[in-house]
Design a protein around this ligand. Structure first.
Ligand SMILES: CSCCC(=O)C(=O)COP(=O)(O)O
Ligand SMILES: [Mg+2]
Length: 249
């Protein structure tokens, strides 16, 4: 099967963000840099907000789980300690953890940056024209990212190219499961009421591509400047593209 047939066969395109639509440096340096710089101030000024109190409950639940699992380096969160919350979040960010607790709070902190114009979601220049063309051909587009659905909507709702949310038919985050778990892709196909074979998943991470493929989806690896290099085995196992139009007929 040629690479163009891969897109032709799929009714649904499921897209990863970091390393696929958007540079890793935007996520790691700009977005996470904004969160690191604003974290302490955010925690202090939102401490009594209902939304932050909910985030705190989830952070504490995660810390409790980490304690039971003897996670190395864990920063515990005693009641009322702003400093411990900040340290715990920075520790999780240093490890690039994908916990619900971290991603939920990150989404809430970045909200302010997108709303005041300090943050604009990065997209590679080939992404928007390709997405428009795929939608015009009847494809349905969905996002699946470790970033919370709220963070996904902020990025594409305040992108460098404007609000492009209308191109997407829906969003998934780790509420359906982790991105390297096969079951997550089955959960997505169940939620979309489609067969896994109808879905093409685009990602930069071979483990995610393997999980999607094990579920029965088609998966294509995306290489972008700054992404981790692919192994020879990955290059043999998957089609590899360096820009989205490489999939279009
Ligand atoms: C939605 S923007 C923030 C992305 C993020 O938090 C992250 O961990 C990247 O995850 P992805 O699954 O898009 O590689
Ligand atoms: Mg990625």
């Amino acid at each position: 099967m040629g690479i163009e047939d891969t897109l032709e066969k799929a009714n649904i395109v499921l897209l990863d963000i970091e390393g696929t639509t958007t540079s890793i440096s935007y996520v790691k340096e700009t977005l996470f840099g904004f969160i690191r710089s604003n974290l302490e101030h955010y925690v202090k000024t939102h401490w009594n907000d209902a939304e932050f109190q909910e985030d705190l409950v989830v952070l504490k639940q995660q810390a409790h789980k980490d304690k039971i699992n003897k996670v190395e380096g864990l920063i515990e969160i005693p009641d009322g300690s702003i400093a411990a919350v900040v340290k715990n979040v920075l520790w999780q960010m240093d490890l690039d953890r994908k916990t619900k607790a971290l991603k939920q709070l990150q989404g809430h902190i970045m909200h302010e940056g997108y709303n005041n114009g300090e943050l604009k979601g990065h997209m590679y220049p080939d992404v928007l024209p390709a997405l428009k063309s795929w939608v015009s051909k009847g494809k349905k587009l969905y996002i699946y990212s470790s970033g919370s659905i709220e963070a996904q909507k902020l990025l594409f709702g305040h992108s460098e190219e404007g609000n492009i949310l209308e191109l997407f038919s829906g969003h998934f985050d780790t509420a359906v499961g982790g991105k390297t778990d096969t079951a997550s892709y089955m959960n997505i196909s169940n939620e979309l009421n489609c067969r896994c074979q109808d879905v093409l998943f685009l990602t930069d991470v071979p483990k995610e591509a393997r999980a999607a493929k094990s579920a029965g989806m088609e998966a294509v690896l995306v290489v972008r400047e700054g992404n981790a290099p692919l192994s020879e085995e990955d290059k043999v196992s998957f089609s590899v593209i360096s820009s989205f139009p490489m999939l279009s007929c």
